[in-house]
Design a protein around this ligand. Structure first.
Ligand SMILES: Cc1cc2nc3c(=O)[nH]c(=O)nc-3n(C[C@H](O)[C@H](O)[C@H](O)COP(=O)(O)OP(=O)(O)OC[C@H]3O[C@@H](n4cnc5c(N)ncnc54)[C@H](O)[C@@H]3O)c2cc1C
Length: 510
């Protein structure tokens, strides 16, 4: 056993979160082993139409900052015809997203309130297909040198002060750290002794592809009925919610007869299903690990939090975990992390996860089949039509309201803790492109020698870039963490105490 190689990090799960984390860790030149249970990465449910995922602003920013955006967006840009209800604009002005199926529209949003958001290729939201996202991330992880072994599921985990032993299909693998990215039923979470708490489901959700004897008997689009909710995109793509307390999910095989029974029940029609092509179920079970770290074992993605997919947030949440964790774990392994850096992963990401779980619960509350719920939904519909309402929902759904509590540096600028604006520098490059190596950055718009000298003391941990920019947003300089979050922003660089404090807080001793 002692002859086994010891990886810096073993990752359980080659889903999008595990793969993206592997890329982040390889950028920092760590040795990374990814163990994936499934032999075949091309599961049918990751393909269209069920594989479609809404990507929000923090995810698109992250892809932009790592040079992955063009590859992820390529199919959209090739103008693939819409094949999924999420992509269909339902009204002039275009739907920007929804809350419990109640849509907000682009032409209502007041983007002028987002003072520190500059136009960026990343944009605010986009739809992409899971299989495609995973293949882009797997290709990047391979190019960067991560070792990915498929068909080897993690069975058990043991940790000591020095490292972690991972049992997987009769083999043992060793790592200094283990990250469980092994999805909602995470083995790492269970074997690692994490507490998982939350609320039990109210419904079973179905995503099915069917052939109907009377395709016109069912009303297209999203419909609330006295018995549930369904969304029908002709000729045969249906999502539906049956408030059965989650009783059906994973307890029985999904048969044509059952799908027909549920569809008749929630749609109130006598429609006949003649063929069941694909089907999967899910619930609104909303649980979260109470902590994301237990010794040398960490959790990210669905392994750390699960909730209903109706809000379209889980993938974004998980990729945000990976972007937050990667550079912190790398600094910890290198030995230059400031005290508490790794624990700031949970401190920053757990509240974001808790907020998303509540966001999904609030949507479930608005979908219950009752008169009072429909009355409440009518009020939300009125509010979402207002300028403030549409702006609020866009901020939440697109992830623009994300801000980490980052007390410590004494810098009070409203940008601190937020995603850095995508400044266009004098040479035409963007800030996002300058973060591709996974390192932090001090961007000095005035090329002041004292700032350069200060940055020199952290050489190798964050770069110093002196450049004018097209729109500086009234700033003189900005310190950006490797994950693109602003650590310090100054309108005046004469007093460098807060900048130095922020550098110490996030990049360790000079
Ligand atoms: C119908 C539906 C629609 C959705 N729509 C959206 C959306 O629009 N936007 C959005 O942001 N999110 C959406 N989600 C949620 C999103 O798909 C998940 O949150 C996301 O896939 C989580 O990624 P992950 O890598 O954490 O987990 P997963 O994608 O579940 O990947 C986990 C990986 O770990 C592997 N694994 C499992 N056990 C082990 C083990 N013991 N050892 C090794 N490997 C293991 C699995 O095979 C899998 O490859 C949706 C989900 C569903 C079901």
């Amino acid at each position: 056993m002692h002859d086994l190689p010891i990886y810096d990090v073993v990752i359980a799960g080659a889903g999008p979160v595990g793969l993206f984390l592997a890329c982040e860790l390889r950028l920092a030149h760590l040795s990374v082993l990814v163990l994936e249970q499934a032999e075949d990465p091309h599961a049918p449910l990751k393909q269209l139409p069920f594989g479609m995922r809404g990507l929000s602003s923090p995810t698109l920013d992250a892809f932009h900052r790592r040079g992955l955006l063009d590859d992820v967006a390529a199919p959209q840009r090739a103008a693939v015809p819409p094949t999924h209800w999420m992509q269909q604009p339902l009204r002039a002005g275009g739907a920007g997203g929804h809350f419990a199926g109640i849509q907000f529209f682009h032409d209502r949003i007041d983007a002028s309130t987002w003072l520190y958001r500059l136009p960026s290729p990343a944009g605010t939201h986009m739809a992409s297909n899971m299989a495609h996202i995973e293949s882009v991330l797997a290709a990047r992880a391979n190019v960067l040198g991560a070792e990915i072994r498929r068909g080897i599921g993690v069975d058990d985990v043991e940790q000591s002060d020095a490292g972690v032993s991972v049992r997987a299909r009769d083999q043992t693998f060793r790592g200094r750290w283990l990250v469980g990215c092994d999805g909602g039923r995470s083995t790492v979470r269970k074997a690692g002794g994490f507490e998982f708490v939350g609320t039990e489901p109210e419904f079973t959700g179905y995503s099915v592809e069917v052939e109907l004897a009377q395709p016109h008997a069912v009303v297209p689009g999203r419909q609330y009925t006295p018995t549930g909710m369904f969304t029908y995109q002709p000729p045969g793509t249906i999502a539906m919610v049956d408030f059965d307390g989650g009783a059906f999910h994973r307890t029985q095989p999904i048969t044509l007869e059952h799908v027909q029974r549920v569809l008749r029940h929630v749609s109130g029609t006598a429609v006949t299903v003649t063929a069941l092509k694909q089907a999967t179920t899910w619930t609104d079970r909303a649980f979260q690990a109470t902590t994301y770290r237990n010794g040398r074992v960490l959790l990210a993605g669905d392994a750390a939090h699960i909730h209903s997919p109706l809000g379209g947030q889980g993938l974004n949440l998980g990729l945000g975990d990976a972007m937050n964790l990667g550079w912190k774990l790398a600094a910890t392994l290198r030995g230059d992390a400031p005290d508490g850096l790794l624990d700031s992963y949970g401190a920053e990401r757990h509240p974001v996860g808790a907020q998303i779980l509540d966001w999904s619960r609030a949507q479930v509350a608005l979908m219950r089949p009752s008169h009072s719920t429909r009355a409440l939904a009518a009020i939300i519909r009125d509010l979402i039509e207002t300028r403030d309402g549409a702006t609020y929902f866009a901020e939440r759904v697109w992830g623009l309201s994300l801000r980490y509590e980052m007390g410590g540096s004494g810098c009070e600028h409203p940008l601190v803790g937020r995603s850095a604006p995508d400044f266009v520098l004098a040479d035409g490059t963007r800030l996002g492109e300058r973060l591709r190596n996974g390192k932090g950055l001090l961007l000095d718009f005035d090329a002041r020698a004292p700032l350069q000298a200060l940055a020199g003391r952290w050489h190798g941990r964050f770069a110093y870039v002196a450049s004018d920019a097209h729109n500086k947003l009234g700033l003189a300089a900005v310190l950006v963490r490797p994950d693109g979050i602003v650590a310090w922003a100054g309108v005046d660089t004469a007093d460098q105490a807060a900048l130095k404090q922020a550098a110490l807080q996030w990049f360790g001793a000079a």
